[in-house]
Write a protein of this length. Structure first.
Lengths: 965, 310
């Protein structure tokens, strides 16, 4: 795991306070006004006072009304005749206090008012509702629930308010801490609320309350079920911000508990911040519109009261939510970490990568950016890791104090190395080391810089880097030890064996004992260096000591055995040398085979021919699938030839071919077949004829026995012998016969390419293309693949498909960098590019080809012609003339090119406007009778005739002097 | 201008030139469309042209022989009933039986009305564009792309808009223009806050990459040994998986799209021989989207998949 929980931002802990705040807001939502002064005692009579109070109440001046009602009670409470009036005023005083924002003072008046059986229904409803709320405020939840329960049951009360009472009833459970009961209550009521007329808003509030209750009751699975159930109605939800914030809290809980699937299920059901804000604000605007339309309508007071409360709740929620700037980051990071918890690094990386694309820079995005590089590295998607590191550096790279920059640079360099972009990696490591010299990774980065230099074969630079590290690093640091060893290896790779020996010797002195990291490697490298300096006695001693110290299975042991054998033979100790070779473990394929064949050569040198033959026969028996099998057969045959036993020698070959010839996997059989002519030629002029007859006989037998691979091989060998004997049409006929027999999936790609080449020569492009494509398809690592590209290019060119031909030629050039055909094919490609007007690098390519040692003189003449054409195409006629001139001056034997070069130079000079000089060039061309067969000669003659009038007068010669030598 | 329209509208409706009950005039020579006004009256005639504010309509007054053209404000039109000629019906029923030129003619006639409810323009447009897209010619494909784009942007039916987008994306992909396809899909989805289009486009891209992966492995069965082909193979594989998982990772609550993508990812993994990851994807469907339409397929997939990773 790359990410730790430290990367998480702290969950929004204020969540519960938000929810509880709006619950409270439901209860206290009236504006508190300043209280009117109570009139002085005796200022009014009872009648005056009650009349004024009633008038103030009726005119909705509740402050004045409250003062006057209270003054009435104070002044006349002792008078029995107004006792009934005073009792009736209790209700009005309570209402005034509630409306005036002094609901805490209303309770005693409500208590006194409610027992009055004559209390009007609307006032009873109002007071009962507020009685409940006041009890709720006072923390008397049970008492509040009794009142709310009764209120809900009273069918004469306003229906919406009864639903409000139901919600508050459940809220009491939440406030009292009975979360399970609350959750169960809302679970039962929510379906009813959805069904109730105008109940959707109440249901939405109930859902949020249930979510709070479920989480508080630690009933997380029920909370998840609620989230899943209600998520489809999210758009309709009034308080979706609260609901979604709770969902994030729930998801975080699951993630921290390691229940990643549940976490994912939660987190997937949370909208992005902007979408939430947009929808919540739209919902708020809609509520405000409804609120405004109801204002001033007394019949809507109850609904208005409810909407007013909801608006205030949402406003408060939004205010709090807008403070959570990193909501999206927190959400995405949790989702990504949940996937990471499931070890689903791709999923985690994709989510975090998306964060970087879409979100503003923040600490969360920064953490995710780092994690995404780690994830791609974990998945070994190195191009993605490099890209992610580049993005990180672009976003956060200019923060000089960013402590993570060195880590990012290191990961970037590492990913580049994996992509074998060692030059780029070197720069990144160098940058890290120079920008952050004090960082813990600085030394390691310097080492990696040196390592990258070494991998690019830049040994002097690598050695210098390692030297600087050794000089600067603390003596006991791991990096210093690494640098010490790899400096020695750099000397070894650059064939400075003496220095390599010294460095390894110093390494062993500086890091003595078994704890040295590269002890065994350094000892071996010392011996290797001694061997490479041809100091065999010393090498033998060192290698033997190495083998004593490093038993079977040790690294470098088999190579040491091989070197020991070589050194012993070099010192003339043949038996000991052979013994050293024979000690090589067969599992170390390459060293074993090298040792085996060197043993054979040792027997040969010792003149122990029977032992040599036995040795190779054993190899043939035990390792028939080795690529060296034909070489073993050859040496067995050689021993018989030495003894004059040609027939036995031939028999060895044929027996092997018969035994393994139908096994298509053994491509070495073709080599064996190609080795036969050497044996047969020794028999004299009839030898090859006999070989051909033997091949044909074997072909017929293989054909009868349905041994297709053997049949293919013998027919092909026959064709190759005929080709070698310049019987080209017969060879072609045999190869064309092969075209119906070969199976490119299994047969040797050399045969497939030979057949396809012949089909191309014969113009059978369709069949040739199929074979070339199949060759490419089934032999991606074969060097014959290059022949397929070449063939496909030639066919495309012949079929007037220049773009396709260019692509194939380019593929060929990549595959066959060392081929003798390279220059020819490159020229074909450049010609096509120039012709199609798409030769961005033509001049550079042509100059490169001129330097190619494989380029023949004919190639060079063609290259100069093409350079002339390229300059001509660019409008630089003067330079073009120089190249054309070089062709006919330097490469006169290629007459076709010379004729063309003359003519083109004349044309270029004409374009410059020097018709006299142009005439001279055409005239010179016409004077060359050896070029008369070419069309440029005829064209030149016409031109010369046309420009005759521009001919310069011949310079007069001094009398008595001949201009000719 | 509005006053003029209003006046004509009043003349047409109040003076009673239009039918008050279904008693259409038989007017030879017209492709008859019926224009229904909001006041309940209607008239058969010919749609001539339109602006943003009004329709120019040609019809023959009751008892008259000559046709008249009148502008009708769109505000007063309830709806238009577009006639469907036999040729149009045949083209829609058997598009392959109609030649390209005839399809083009039908489209040209219908195109101006593509945004108007009940217009068959998008339907014939889709048929025509699909035929054009099958061509190998660059210009024809470009024409198909334009046409799909017009339908995606202007069709009055959301499902035809989606079909237009689908057609455009698949045509772009067929032409090898993947990046363009992705950009377009994202832009459209963002503009309409409609993830369905984006998710569908991601699945199309995933399927496209998977097809290319299969084709590449068919053409290069030994791709693992091929230094040139290997990066391309991984590109297709990763693209197919990444796009398949898009809905799951970014619109996980869109259950059907997420589950469909997961199943596709499972199939890509299975094809690539990574049975372990294939099983994980199929398992995710059963854990997170057990009620999705593809859940039974995921269960079957798990039953079929060997327990050990290759």
């Amino acid at each position: 795991m790359y990410l730790s929980t430290q990367n998480l931002i702290t969950p929004p802990n204020h969540l519960n306070s938000v929810v509880l705040f709006w619950i409270f807001l439901t209860l206290v939502q009236v504006v508190v006004f300043s209280q009117e002064p109570v009139p002085e005692p005796g200022a009014f009579t009872a009648e005056e006072l009650i009349t004024k109070a009633n008038a103030a109440y009726t005119s909705r001046n509740f402050e004045l009304a409250e003062s006057l009602f209270l003054a009435f009670e104070r002044d006349f409470s002792g008078e029995p005749q107004v006792k009934e009036v005073i009792e009736k005023n209790y209700a009005l005083i309570a209402l005034c206090k509630i409306i005036n924002g002094r609901s805490d003072e209303a309770a005693p008046y409500i208590e006194k008012a409610l027992p009055d059986p004559k209390l009007p229904g609307d006032i009873r409803e109002e007071l009962t509702f507020w009685n409940a709320i006041l009890k709720l405020q006072a923390g008397e939840y049970r008492a509040a629930q009794e009142v709310l329960g009764a209120f809900f049951q009273e069918k004469s009360f306003n229906y919406q308010r009864r639903l409000e009472a139901l919600i508050l009833f459940g809220t009491c459970y939440v406030l009292e801490g009975y979360h399970k009961t609350a959750a169960e209550f809302f679970e039962q009521q929510i379906p009813n609320l959805y069904k109730a007329k105008g109940g959707a808003g109440f249901a939405s509030r109930a859902v949020v309350l249930q979510m709070v209750a479920e989480i508080e009751a630690h009933q997380y699975d029920r909370a998840l079920a609620l989230l899943k159930r209600e998520f489809p109605k999210l758009k309709e939800m009034t308080q979706l911000v609260s609901f979604q914030t709770l969902a994030l809290q729930l998801g975080s809980h699951f993630m921290e508990q390691g229940d990643f699937y549940a976490a994912i299920a939660c987190l997937q059901r949370i909208w992005p911040r902007e979408r939430l804000l947009k929808h919540q604000n739209e919902k708020l605007a809609e509520l405000r519109r409804v609120h405004d339309s109801m204002k001033g309508d007394p019949s809507q007071s109850s609904a208005l009261f409810q909407i007013d409360g909801t608006i205030k709740r949402i406003e408060r929620e939004l205010e709090n939510f807008e403070k959570i700037k990193e909501f999206d980051g927190a959400l995405r990071l949790r989702l990504a970490m949940s996937f990471q918890g499931l070890e689903r690094y791709r999923e985690a990386a994709l989510i975090m990568e998306d964060m970087l694309e879409r979100m503003e820079l923040s600490p969360v995005v920064e953490s995710a950016s780092l994690a995404v590089i780690q994830c791609w590295s974990q998945l070994e998607r190195w191009p993605k890791a490099v890209e992610a590191a580049e993005k990180y550096l672009l976003a956060f790279g200019d923060q000089a104090e960013n402590p993570k920059l060195p880590q990012v640079l290191f990961m970037q360099g590492d990913a580049m190395m994996q992509l074998q972009q060692n030059d780029q990696a070197e720069k990144v490591f160098a940058s890290l080391a120079s920008r952050f010299p004090q960082h813990a990774l600085a030394e390691k980065a310097s080492f990696m810089k040196g390592f990258c230099q070494m991998l690019q074969d830049h040994y002097p630079e690598a050695i210098q880097t390692f030297d600087q590290l050794i000089a600067g690093a603390a003596g006991d640091s791991d990096i210093a030890e690494d640098a010490f060893y790899w400096k020695g290896m750099s000397h070894s790779f650059s064939q400075q064996y003496e220095k390599a020996f010294e460095q390894m010797d110093q390494y062993l002195a500086k890091y003595p004992g078994e704890s040295a990291k590269y002890r065994a490697e350094a000892v071996f490298r010392k011996a290797y260096s001694t061997f490479c300096q041809a100091n065999y006695p010393a090498a033998i001693k060192e290698l033997r000591q190495f083998l004593v110290d490093h038993g079977p299975g040790a690294k470098d042991r088999d190579e040491a055995q091989l070197l020991l054998g070589d050194a012993l033979l070099g010192e003339g100790e043949a038996d000991a040398g052979i013994a050293a070779y024979q000690a090589i473990n067969p599992a170390s394929h390459r060293f074993f085979e090298d040792g085996y064949f060197k043993t054979g050569q040792a027997y040969k040198l010792l003149g122990e021919i029977p032992a040599m033959r036995d040795h190779y026969e054993k190899f043939l028996r035990e390792y028939p699938e080795s690529k060296k099998m034909p070489e073993a057969v050859y040496w067995i045959g050689w021993t018989h030839v030495q003894a004059g036993d040609f027939e036995i020698a031939k028999k060895v070959y044929w027996d092997t071919i018969k035994l393994h010839g139908d096994n298509p996997a053994l491509f070495s059989i073709e080599e064996l077949l190609m080795g036969l002519p050497k044996i047969y030629k020794r028999q004299g002029p009839d030898g090859i004829g006999e070989l051909v007859r033997a091949l044909q006989s074997m072909y017929l037998q293989a054909d009868r026995e349905k041994k297709t691979t053997l049949a293919v091989r013998t027919l092909w060998a026959d064709a190759m012998i005929k080709r070698g004997a310049a019987k080209l049409s017969e060879a072609s006929a045999l190869l064309i016969r092969l075209s119906t027999l070969i199976d490119p999936e299994v047969h040797n790609p050399q045969i497939v390419a030979d057949v396809a080449d012949v089909l191309t020569e014969k113009g059978d492009y369709d069949r040739a293309v199929v074979l070339y494509r199949d060759l490419r398809k089934w032999n991606p690592t074969s060097f014959h693949k290059a022949r397929a590209f070449k063939g496909l290019g030639l066919i495309a060119e012949a079929q007037q498909k220049p773009a396709e031909a260019i692509d194939h030629y380019l593929d060929y050039e990549k595959e066959a960098a060392a081929s003798t055909d390279l220059v020819e094919i490159s020229l074909k490609r450049i010609k096509l590019q120039i012709q199609s007007g798409a030769a961005p690098k033509a001049r550079q390519d042509l100059n490169g080809l001129l330097e190619n040692p494989v380029a023949s003189t004919r190639h060079k003449a063609e290259i100069l012609s093409l350079l002339g054409e390229d300059y001509a195409a660019q409008g630089d006629y003067l330079k073009a003339t120089a190249y054309f001139e070089r062709v006919y001056v330097v490469y006169g034997k290629y007459k076709d090119l010379v004729a063309k070069a003359y003519y083109r130079r004349g044309e270029m000079i004409e374009k410059i406007g020097d018709k006299s000089s142009a005439y001279e060039v055409y005239a010179e061309l016409v004077a060359r009778n050896d070029l008369a067969e070419f069309k440029e000669y005829r064209l030149g003659r016409t031109k010369a005739d046309q420009l005759k009038e521009f001919a310069r007068p011949k310079p007069e010669t001094e009398p008595g002097k001949d201009t000719k030598p | 201008m509005i006053c003029r329209y209003l006046l004509i509208y009043l003349i047409v409706t109040v003076i009673g030139l239009w039918n008050g009950s279904p008693n259409p005039l038989a007017t030879s020579g017209f492709a008859e469309e019926s224009v229904y006004l909001k006041n309940g009256q209607f008239q058969k005639g010919k749609l001539i042209s339109q602006t943003d504010t009004a329709l120019t309509f040609e019809y023959v007054k009751s008892g008259a022989t000559d046709a008249v053209q009148v502008p009708i404000p769109w505000d007063s039109i309830d709806h238009i009933e577009f006639s469907r000629s036999t040729q149009l019906l045949e083209a829609l029923a058997k598009p392959d039986a109609v030649d390209l030129h005839a399809l083009a003619q039908l489209w040209i006639m219908a195109a101006p009305w593509i945004s108007r409810p009940n217009s068959p323009a998008a339907e014939i447009g889709l048929v025509y564009a699909s035929r054009l897209a099958m061509s190998d010619g660059e210009e024809t494909v470009a024409e198909a792309l334009d046409l799909f784009g017009t339908i995606a942007k202007s069709a009055w039916q959301p499902e035809k808009q989606a079909a237009g987008l689908r057609g455009r994306l698949t045509t772009l992909l067929k032409a090898g223009r993947e990046r363009e396809a992705v950009r377009e899909a994202e832009a459209i989805a963002q503009a309409r806050e409609n993830p369905a289009l984006l998710l569908e486009s991601k699945l199309i891209l995933a399927a496209n990459a998977f097809e290319k992966l299969k084709m590449l492995e068919h053409d290069h069965p030994r791709w693992e040994l091929d230094n040139e082909v290997r990066p391309e193979r991984y590109l297709y594989f990763n693209t197919a998986i990444d796009h398949s998982l898009y809905a799951y990772l970014f619109f996980g609550s869109e259950e059907e799209a997420a589950a469909t993508g997961l199943l596709h990812a499972a199939e890509v993994y299975r094809f690539a021989g990574d049975q372990g990851k294939a099983k994980l994807c199929a398992g995710d469907i059963l854990k997170l989207y057990p009620n999705s339409a593809v859940a039974p397929k995921a269960a079957a997939f798990l039953g079929e998949t060997p327990s050990k990773s290759n």
